[in-house]
Design a binder for this molecule. Structure first.
Ligand code: AMP
Length: 428
C-alpha cells in the first residue's frame, strides 16, 4: 500500500514526504479515501495508530485555504493532544498554505486571540477554551465544513460531553463529521448515531501484543527500595532518555524529586501541573536537558517523543492495556528499546493479568547487577518460578497464552480497508 493511490493531491503527497512517512498505516489507508469522498467516518483507533494524519491530511485537501473563516474544527480532550495535532497540521499545511491554530486551557487568552484575529482555516481546540472564546466572539464557527471529534471516549470519560454538545449547536448542521475513539462503548455509539450522517466505520484493533523490538524485563524489589533501584539502573547504565511511569501524581512528584536529589535531571508531568510546566518538562526532555520524565498514565497517553530508550514502570498500571500503551513509547520508528518493571510483591496479580493479555511471560532482568537488595524484603512470587534464584533471568521457554496480534476490519462503504493491528512502523 502506498500513499500515491489514496487520492491525495500533489501538495499533500509532498506534505507526507516531508513528514517522512513511507507508507500509510491501516487507519490512514482506510480513512483517507473516505474523507476525501466527503463521507462521515467513525474511526475506532487509538493514539499510536497514525490517526492524526488520517484526519488532518484529507481534511486539508477538502477545505480551501484562506477562505476567511474557520472551515475545519478539530476538538480533542487534552492540551497535549491539541499541541500534537497542531504540530502535524502545521507541518502538513506548509505545502497547502492553510493557516492552523490551537486553543486550549491553562494558558493566557491573548496569544490565542491574536492568532485567531490573523485568520485561521483549521482550528484545533479543547472544549472549555473553545466555548470561552466563542462566548467572547473571538471564534466564529458558523462556516465550519469539517468537524473532527478526536478521542470521543475520553471526552465522555472526562465529562466534556455537555461542552461538546454546546459546540455542536454553534456549527452548521450540514457538514462532514469525523469521529475517532479508542473504544466504541454504547455511549460513543449513541453519539455517533446522533451526530454523524450514515458514517463509514473503520476499526483498527489496539496493539494487544507489544512489538518484538521491546525487551521486557521485571525486577522484583520491595516497595521501599524501588527508588534506590531506579537510581541505580539509571546511573549504572547511563540511561539518558527514560520515561518512568507511576500510579499516582503524588508518586510521580516524589520519584522526580528523589532522582533530582541523586543528581539525575528529571521532571514530572501529570494532571496537577500547569500547562506551562508540562510544556517545559516535555521540551526539556525532548532536547535532552533532562534525562528522565516521570509521568502518570492519563497525561502520558498521546505523548509522542522520539528516541526513548527505556520505559520503566515504577508501578504497574491497574489496567493491563495501559502496560502496552506505556511500553509502546519506546522502540519507535524502527529502533529497539527496553521496558523494565520494578515489581513489588503486591503487584504480582497485576503482572499476571498483563502477561495473560500479552500472551507471554516477562522474564526477570539482569540490569540491576551490583544493586544491593534488601533480601529480607523481596518476596518472590511462588507461582512464577519457585526455584529460580532471585534477580536472575527465569529459564528460557516462554509460555504463550491468550490472544496474539489484533486484526483490524473495515465496514461501511467506499474503499475502506482497515487491516492489521496498531501501527509501529518505520519512518523512512
Ligand atoms: P498518532 O496515532 O497520530 O498519534 O501517530 C503516532 C505516531 O506515528 C506519530 O509519531 C506519527 O508521526 C507516526 N506516524 C503516523 N503516520 C505514519 C506513517 N504513515 N508512517 C510512519 N509513521 C507514522
Amino acid at each position: 500500500m502506498s500513499f500515491d493511490n489514496l487520492g491525495l493531491d500533489a501538495r499533500l503527497l509532498q506534505a507526507v514526504a516531508s513528514m517522512g512517512y513511507a507508507e500509510p498505516t491501516p487507519i490512514q489507508s482506510g480513512a483517507i479515501p473516505l474523507v476525501l469522498a466527503g463521507r462521515d467516518v467513525v474511526g475506532c483507533a487509538q493514539t499510536g495508530t497514525g490517526k492524526t494524519a488520517a484526519f488532518v491530511l484529507p481534511t486539508l485537501q477538502r477545505i480551501t485555504a484562506r477562505k476567511g473563516a474557520i472551515t475545519c474544527l478539530i476538538v480533542t480532550p487534552t492540551r497535549e493532544l491539541a499541541l500534537q495535532i497542531e504540530d502535524v497540521a502545521k507541518t502538513a499545511s506548509r505545502s497547502t498554505r492553510h493557516r492552523v491554530a490551537a486553543v486550549y486551557g491553562g494558558v493566557g487568552y491573548e496569544p490565542q486571540r491574536r492568532a485567531l484575529q490573523h485568520g485561521v482555516d483549521m482550528l484545533v481546540a479543547t472544549p472549555g477554551r473553545l466555548l470561552d472564546l466563542a462566548g467572547s466572539r473571538h471564534v466564529d464557527l458558523s462556516r465550519v465544513e469539517v468537524l473532527v471529534l478526536d478521542e470521543a471516549d475520553r471526552m465522555l470519560d472526562q465529562g466534556f460531553w455537555p461542552d461538546v454538545k454546546r459546540i455542536l449547536a454553534l456549527l452548521p448542521p450540514i457538514r462532514q463529521t469525523l469521529l475517532f475513539s479508542a473504544t466504541m462503548t454504547p455511549e460513543v455509539l449513541r453519539i455517533v448515531g446522533d451526530t454523524l450522517d450514515n458514517p463509514a466505520r473503520i476499526d483498527v484493533a489496539p496493539p494487544s501484543t507489544p512489538i518484538e523490538a521491546i525487551q521486557q524485563r521485571i525486577f522484583p524489589v520491595s516497595g521501599t527500595q524501588k527508588s534506590d533501584l531506579l537510581i541505580h539502573m539509571i546511573e549504572e547504565h547511563r540511561l539518558d532518555r527514560v520515561l518512568v511511569f507511576t500510579r499516582t501524581k503524588h508518586r510521580a512528584d516524589r520519584v522526580a524529586h528523589s532522582l533530582e536529589r541523586a543528581g539525575v535531571r528529571s521532571a514530572a508531568i501529570h494532571g496537577n501541573r500547569s500547562q506551562s510546566q508540562r510544556v517545559r518538562a516535555l521540551s526539556d526532555f525532548k532536547r535532552g536537558a533532562c534525562r528522565v520524565l516521570v509521568a502518570t498514565d492519563i497525561v502520558a497517553r498521546g505523548i509522542d517523543v522520539d528516541g526513548i530508550t527505556h520505559v520503566i514502570n515504577y508501578d504497574l498500571p491497574n489496567v493491563p492495556e495501559d502496560y502496552v500503551h506505556r511500553i509502546g513509547r519506546t522502540a519507535r520508528a524502527g529502533k529497539s528499546g527496553s521496558a523494565y518493571t520494578l515489581l513489588a510483591p503486591e503487584e504480582h496479580d497485576n503482572l499476571r493479568d498483563i502477561e495473560k493479555m500479552i500472551g507471554s511471560v516477562i522474564t526477570a532482568g539482569e540490569d540491576a547487577v551490583g544493586f544491593r537488595y534488601d533480601e529480607s524484603r523481596v518476596v518472590p512470587d511462588p507461582e512464577r518460578n519457585p526455584n529460580a534464584p532471585k534477580h536472575q533471568p527465569a529459564p528460557a521457554g516462554k509460555r504463550r497464552v491468550g490472544r496474539t496480534g489484533g486484526q483490524g476490519r473495515a465496514s461501511g462503504s467506499g474503499r475502506a480497508s482497515g487491516s492489521g493491528g496498531g501501527y509501529q512502523g518505520k519512518r523512512s
